[in-house]
Design a binder for this molecule. Sequence first.
Ligand SMILES: C=CC1=C(C)c2cc3[nH]c(cc4nc(cc5[nH]c(cc1n2)c(C)c5CCC(=O)O)C(CCC(=O)O)=C4C)c(C)c3C=C
Ligand code: FE2
Length: 373
Amino acid sequence: VEEPSDDGPVPFYGAHQAGIATPVQDRLHFAAFDVVTDDRDRLVRMLKECTAAGAALTAGRPYGSASGGLPESPPDDTGEALGLPPARLTLTVGFGPTLFEKDGKDQFGLKARRPAALADLPRFPGDALDPDRSGGDICVQACADDPQVAVHAIRNLARIGFGVVAVRWSQLGFGKTSSTTPDQQTPRNMFGFKDGTRNISGGDDKALGEHVWASAKDGTPWMAGGSYVVVRRIRMHIETWDRTSLKEQQDTFGRTKGEGNPYGAKREHDPVPLAKLPADSHVRLAHPDSNGGIRILRRGYSFTDGSDGLGRLDAGLFFIAYQRDPRKQFVALQNRLADSDHMNEYVQHVGSGVFACPPGPRKGGYWGETLFA
Ligand SMILES: C=CC1=C(C)c2cc3[nH]c(cc4nc(cc5[nH]c(cc1n2)c(C)c5CCC(=O)O)C(CCC(=O)O)=C4C)c(C)c3C=C
Ligand SMILES: [Fe+2]
């Protein structure tokens, strides 16, 4: 089944930010920024300007002028997306724990507004986190079907933010590893397995309301309609994987490589007969029935960032998961996986971030308006 070849824009305004439950695009540019000023008004002004730019870019328009401005000034828009379709660009913004308090300092008067759900992630067994690929005060997830469109968006937001924010780290991704559109063919990850078979569907409002969207009742009214994102750069040791038998590969997940059916069932989307899967298999351990009903919305991408100097590809999964409360969802799941998952022989978590993604901007409003109001 082909994805619909719709280059058109994804609506920018609304109760929820685009890029969470909206259909997953082919490419990712994710950037984490540090705020480099302690001037709250400047920060808010920048968020307003970035929101205006986001509305233009996701509609397929340049931000301001790319070529018709003053000859003495740099153009407003850097220009490399001129003439390209919107490519379903979405921009999703989140606020990290350090925006609310850094080194014991309440630099923007936001400390009391920090959601309890935006707790720092604990250290998990086996983590090898690189601080230069972790954390950040603000994140922007740019997804599009054209990498040039996603990269252009991040570049221009960084340009607008100059003097207020600086890029701390960023990640390019390709080959979406999860879909939110279950009627389409499930994409495959760098292990060659279908990934995203049992994900939360973007059309399943009941599951989204239960597991993804924060509600005013959760204790942080400014986050109502928002969501929390956990990102993990997960290195996959593909050379080791490529030398293991098909049986070992399939036992690792408890699903077959070809069809993707769970052990003990015939077709990819059949219910998972948990008792038929190896006790340490990834799918058995991550399944909601093994975790008191916990679910997350996965939206990750594959990456390869060249090689590591030892003749191995620096490849893996840039895991992205949206949820209502990371303490009860990602952390609970990852505790279990870090402890027992057979897949740990082949993967290592090397980067990490957690961010509170506010509700969608309203027309005339801006990203984070409910937080700063
Ligand atoms: C903490 C949560 C999870 C991490 C981290 C994670 C990493 C990871 N997963 C794969 C490959 C697959 N995962 C699959 C299913 C699956 N994974 C998680 C959670 C995490 N995965 C969940 C909740 C589920 C769904 C479980 C279920 O409901 O049955 C699958 C099977 C296909 C599917 O359902 O998507 C694959 C394959 C990799 C390679 C990876 C880290 C590199
Ligand atoms: Fe998984």
